[in-house]
Design a protein around this ligand. Structure first.
Ligand code: AMP
Ligand code: ZN
Length: 496
């Protein structure tokens, strides 16, 4: 089945056809580095990561570009309020550059911990001001701009398709539909391409431009940098759904206003992470960071696992209870994978098989289902459940363990749970009683059998007692009868 993606432009699921066969050009909007990313923001980057990994898994060569916003983003996306970077620097008594550096590093620290692959190109807005000025000149030359109060504005009425992505219809738009304090705008939907002295006198970073010394609006950086690195027409652009009505709508007006042609083929947007039914946001009181989850005893993999359990286009409700479920489910999966590795008797480093290599034997059906789940608009909950079933089948003998391990490696190249690494760590630790190898459910079953055997022995039902001992022994569990009762122990098969 060819890859199907839901395109916000047109609001339907479409077959993905890249502009250049076998290659994908992909731009994802990056963070504004004035504060830590909250776990809702991180959902957007796990989504970008899953998209890039899926495309690679399906055999595409991917160029993934992401920006870092370190100038121009105001507290309101529609040019209202203060500059986020300047505000944060003033509050913390730092320079804007110090703030940008600190939170950029914090951002990548979070994404690394979540096993999010670094994009191929990461570009900072402040390092591309010349590209933005050149693009604004083209937009101006095409008659899409006006100057008012010292700022250069994009005139949305000059671009007939304005609002297409969000399904906005300019003729229906009422003045003041957006709370807008900028009286210079002819239309409330117009937006700033270049600010000069008019907006903030205390702007830390300014540059010379044909419109006066000043700094760029937020949206222009994404148009300028994506085209610089991916060309004037590229395949995929992503962001959170909040970007649809303003940021991405304005990016399209700028890019297509400059080139006069179609800019992006597929627009993909992730839904929000919500907390108490509200979007998690940097300004809300419930600002949860990845570090806060770690401080509470979760691992970063638990949060990644939690996110994969929801489809990217569905809202996902955060709760500590659901984090606990994710943590337990992930722990179970790692424990089972550790047992699988052991029965397969292969080194995880050897298990880097790929689905296309046709070396998966009877794991092929499961891996085919996994691929299909991803091809259906990146259905990670289904893909994850195929992986869980595969591991069970590897343990119960439906699939030879060695085939199952290779398939786990291939699937995890997309899910990024570092399963084999984690399982290998477990196997190395497991020389003690081995109880940590078993899920709570399995431990309960073993303990119930041990109790049943004790009762059988009391009743002198030796046949049943032996039957239970043999059954557990076949699973690698030995029973030791002592003065204080029977204890069970796992015997590692490979002598780790
Ligand atoms: P920002 O750093 O504010 O520009 O946001 C970074 C990314 O996070 C953008 O793609 C937003 O759309 C996305 N985002 C913001 N809040 C949430 C949320 N609660 N859930 C999911 N994504 C979000
Ligand atoms: Zn952007």
């Amino acid at each position: 089945m060819p890859l199907q993606l839901y395109n916000t432009m047109g609001r339907k699921t479409e077959e993905f056809r890249p502009i250049n066969p076998g290659k994908v050009s992909f731009y994802g909007c990056g963070p504004t580095v004035y504060n830590y990313a909250h776990i809702g923001n991180l959902r957007a980057y796990v989504f970008q990561d899953i998209l890039a990994r899926t495309l690679r898994f399906l055999g595409y060569e991917v160029t993934h570009v992401m920006n870092i916003t370190d100038v121009g983003h105001l507290t309101g996306d529609a040019d209202e309020g203060e500059d986020k970077m300047v505000k944060s620097a003033a509050e913390r008594g730092k320079t804007v550059l110090e703030i940008a550096d600190f939170y950029t590093r914090a951002f990548f620290n979070d994404t690394d911990r979540l096993n999010i692959n670094r994009p191929d190109i990461v570009c900072r807005a402040t390092e591309h001001i010349g590209d933005m000025i050149d693009l604004i000149k083209r937009i101006e030359a095409n008659g899409h701009t006006y100057t008012a109060g010292g700022n250069l504005y994009y005139d949305v009425t000059s671009y007939p398709d304005y609002g297409k992505l969000a399904g906005l219809n300019l003729s229906d738009l009422k003045a003041g539909a957006r709370i807008d304090v900028d009286e210079n705008k002819r239309n409330p939907f117009d937006f700033v391409l270049w600010f000069t002295k008019s907006k903030f006198e205390n702007q830390a970073l300014t540059w010379d431009s044909p419109w006066g010394r000043g700094y760029p609006g937020w949206h222009i950086e994404c148009s300028a940098m994506s085209m610089k690195y991916l060309g004037e027409h590229f395949d995929i652009h992503t962001g959170g759904i909040d970007h649809i009505p303003i940021h991405h709508t304005n990016e399209i007006a700028q890019s297509e206003g400059a080139t006069g042609k179609k800019w992006v083929n597929y627009w993909l947007h992730n839904e929000f992470l919500v907390l108490n039914k509200e979007k998690m946001s940097k300004s809300s009181g419930d600002f949860l960071t990845l570090q806060k989850l770690l401080d509470k005893g979760y691992e970063s993999g638990d949060y990644r696992f939690f996110l994969l359990g929801g489809h990217y286009r569905s809202q996902l409700a955060f709760s500590w209870q659901s984090m606990d479920s994710a943590k337990n489910a992930r722990k179970n999966l790692i424990q089972r994978t550790a047992r699988l590795l052991e029965s397969a008797g292969i080194n995880p480093a050897e298990a880097t098989g790929s689905l296309s290599a046709g070396n998966l034997g009877s794991a092929a059906k499961r891996t085919e289902n996994f691929r299909t789940a991803l091809e259906q608009d990146l259905n990670t909950p289904r893909a994850l459940s195929e992986l869980q079933t595969l591991v069970k089948e590897g343990l119960n003998g439906t699939i030879p363990p060695a085939d199952a391990v290779k398939a786990v490696a291939a699937m995890d190249s997309v899910l990024g749970l570092r399963l084999l690494e984690e399982a290998e760590g477990k196997a190395a630790d497991s020389t003690s009683s081995g109880a940590e190898f078993f899920t709570d459910e399995e431990k309960q079953r073993i303990e119930a059998l041990v109790a049943e055997r004790t009762a059988a022995k009391k009743e002198k039902n030796w046949a049943r007692a032996d039957e239970i001992r043999n059954m557990l022994s076949a699973e690698g569990i030995i029973l030791e009868d002592g003065a204080s009762g029977t204890v069970w122990r796992r015997i590692p098969k490979t002598g780790v």
